[in-house]
Design a protein around this ligand. Structure first.
Ligand code: FMN
Ligand code: SF4
Length: 663
């Protein structure tokens, strides 16, 4: 702990003593019910995080008015009926003696039109990524919204929260007023910085009046919008000084707007400390404590971030492993499930309307279930085939419940596709998840790792398992095109693994996640690369942050991108495709010369072993890419689910007798 002296030191904020310097920032979960009320899943989720011992929890953004909903199951604090749930939630967090404040939000022009109809904003200005043009709020509507913030704040504190946070960042309503990027008004609420601040000042004043002097009042401030025409740290510092004078106890500094999503929830390979520099500028301008945020994943990163700041906010670290801080305090950091910055299980899912999850931790959102699990009374003998993410999580869950697991992995190392996924530039940290599983499995006495051994029907049957989990992954699909046999064609996987020789001029066939990553990988190594993609855009199957990041990188390395391009034929040194322009004009196009074609056109399940064992084994489960190629979040989630099913059957005596399996 001496190594993390500042991190684990207490601090007083707004009269409230926090046990350490780490706060869990607001993260929307989509775990509320259809009316935006608290569910048991939400309570279990926050209870698990409170048990990990952060100094403060900022509970996810609760909407102050129905016109401001951003996500499908947006948490709501807009009426008195929300109070019963707020009360239960605050009480659950307080059981762990962790203070909790509630973030208050109105989505402004980024409220979802499907949920709210007409969006409200300072100006009738369609954002580059907003779905519709919002309506500029009238002064009467503005005054009513100020009141809505105050009423929601009063409810939160009356329900037992220790305070509130006003969301004044990420291009939501309060921030939209503050920033010249989205506020083009020429009245009392816009025109110059002072008038742009008026709405935020009124919100802060009325919230402070509503919650009283005792409550902790945090303001989530955009320290840098990272967009042309937006706020910079110097302007943000002036705003902070003004808001402090109206009663803010603390600033939680973040940044970015929808147009720059990689700054809002920064993906790998953005370095740790995305918004720390802006936070330090704010810190120098105010007397109250200031927190910074952005890819803080370890205690060492948090301790370093605290040089010049009072607190750090660590969001996804608490998703990946609610116990990460506790592990750091007890010398077990290596056993922490690492956040790998993929965004696939968390923000990408939430923005699509699904409940939050995590690639590294499929138990997010299922904390109640996880807490109810008991070790097996009759340990079952299980074979898991495949040491990729799905198989690893299945083996880990089974092993931690006391079952006996033999895990076959054909390669000499664990990881499967995750190993390849860690090879494109900047994705090296994906390996941390493989390392975690290696350590976690090594600690489980019932898990027998058989690396470098390709499982066969007889090898599996010899073990006489009571259940078998098949997680054998997928294999790349090759294009069925004229000329394919004469063309110098390799797969993206062969390129990433170093198996394939690649010439100087490369055409990548397929511009999804894999195609754009392999193009980036090659371009960074000096190859001249083009991508030919049938769909409307490059990386369209990626989440917004990673897509933005990767497209920018592809531009930087001058990768040529052809979209709406249907490959027609491969030649020995060129490719032809049908290109359809946005106006519908079609043209047969050639790219030449090409030294190497790289196929990134999808994958098919590797299910041979499953098909052979299926008739022989009654308790057999097909998961991950072997079931159907999908994302990493599905892989770990299916691994956990298969393990739970087997555990449930074992507890009910529903598996074949030990040693009795005939196959
Ligand atoms: C699933 C998810 C939901 C989020 N929702 C919110 C939100 O409602 N309000 C907010 O201020 N920030 C939100 N954020 C941003 C986080 O608070 C945090 O600033 C961001 O994740 C960067 O911190 P990290 O790198 O420690 O995760 C969200 C982030 C994630 C991953
Ligand atoms: S899904 Fe990925 S980015 Fe999100 S918390 Fe989990 S590991 Fe981190």
């Amino acid at each position: 702990m001496a190594a993390y002296a500042k991190l684990f030191s207490p601090i007083t904020v707004g009269g409230q003593e926090l046990a350490n310097r780490v706060l869990m920032p607001s993260m929307g979960t989509n775990l509320a019910d259809g009316q935006g009320r608290v569910t048991q899943a939400m309570i279990d989720y926050y209870r698990a995080r409170a048990a990990g011992g952060p100094g403060l929890i900022v509970v996810e953004a609760a909407c102050v008015h129905p016109s401001g909903r951003v996500i499908d199951r947006n948490f709501m604090a807009h009426d008195d009926e929300s109070m019963e749930g707020l009360f239960r939630l605050a009480a659950a967090i307080h059981e762990y003696e962790v203070p909790a404040i509630l973030q208050l939000i109105h989505g402004g022009r980024n409220s979802h039109p499907r949920l709210v109809g007409e969006a409200l904003a300072p100006s009738a200005l369609r954002g580059p990524t907003s779905h519709t043009t919002p309506r500029a709020m009238t002064v009467i509507e503005i005054e009513a919204m100020v009141e809505a913030f105050a009423r929601a704040a009063r409810r939160a504190v009356a329900a037992g929260f220790d305070g509130v946070e006003v969301h004044g960042a990420h291009e939501y309503l309060v921030h939209e007023f503050l920033t010249p990027y989205s506020n083009k008004r020429q009245d009392a609420y816009g025109g110059d910085q002072e008038r742009r601040c008026r709405f935020a000042c009124e919100v802060v004043q009325s919230v402070r009046r509503a919650v009283g002097r005792e409550a902790l009042f945090c303001f989530r401030l955009s320290g840098d919008d990272h967009v042309s025409g937006g706020l910079d740290p110097a302007q943000a510092a002036e705003i902070a000084r003004l808001l402090e004078s109206h009663g803010v106890d603390m600033f939680s500094v973040t940044g970015g707007v929808y147009e720059t999503p990689h700054m809002v929830v920064p993906p790998t390979p953005m370095p740790a400390g995305t918004h720390l520099e802006a936070a330090k500028v704010i810190k120098r301008a105010v007397r109250v404590p200031v927190a910074g945020v952005g890819r803080i994943r370890t205690a060492a990163e948090a301790e370093a971030a605290l040089q010049g700041l009072d607190l750090v906010a660590a969001g996804r670290a608490f998703l990946a492993d609610p116990q990460w801080l506790h592990n750091a305090a007890t010398g077990r950091e290596a056993y922490t499930r690492p956040c790998i910055g993929c965004n696939q299980g968390c923000i990408d899912r939430v923005l699509q309307g699904a409940p939050v999850s995590c690639v590294a931790n499929p138990w997010v959102g299922l904390e109640g279930l996880a807490a109810s699990l008991r070790p097996a009374q009759e340990p079952a003998s299980v074979v898991v085939v495949g040491g990729g993410l799905a198989g690893l999580e299945a083996a880990r869950t089974l092993g931690s419940l006391g079952h006996k697991v033999v895990l076959f992995e054909a390669a000499p190392e664990l990881g499967g596709q995750l190993r390849l996924a860690s090879l494109p530039p900047g994705k090296e940290e994906f390996r941390r998840l493989i390392d975690y599983y290696g350590l976690a499995l090594g600690e489980l006495p019932g898990v027998d790792l058989r690396l470098g051994i390709a499982a066969t029907v007889s090898a599996v049957c010899q073990i006489k398992p009571q259940a078998v989990v098949i997680a054998t992954g997928s294999e790349p699909m090759l294009p069925d095109l004229p000329g394919v046999n004469q063309a110098p064609l390799v797969t993206a996987r062969q390129v990433l693994s170093g198996e394939a020789k690649v010439g100087p001029k490369v055409a990548v066939l397929g511009g999804g996640n894999l195609g754009s990553e392999v193009a980036h990988f090659l371009a960074q190594r000096g190859h001249e690369v083009c991508i030919i993609e049938l769909g409307l855009g490059i990386g369209n199957d990626l989440g917004p942050a990673r897509r933005y990041y990767l497209r920018r990188e592809l531009m930087k390395y001058k990768v040529r991108r052809y979209v709406r391009a249907k490959v027609r034929r491969l030649f020995a040194d060129k490719v032809s495709f049908l290109h359809t322009a946005p106006d519908g004009t079609r043209e047969l196009t050639y790219v030449e010369p090409v030294d190497t074609f790289v196929s990134a056109m999808g994958a098919k399940p590797n299910e041979k072993l499953f098909l052979a064992l299926e008739p022989k084994v009654s308790a057999i489960y097909l998961i991950g890419d072997a079931l159907s190629p999908a994302g990493m979040a599905q892989a770990t989630s299916e691994g956990a689910r298969a393990a739970l099913t087997i555990h449930g059957l074992a507890e009910k005596g529903g598996l074949p007798r030990p040693q009795g399996q005939t196959c």
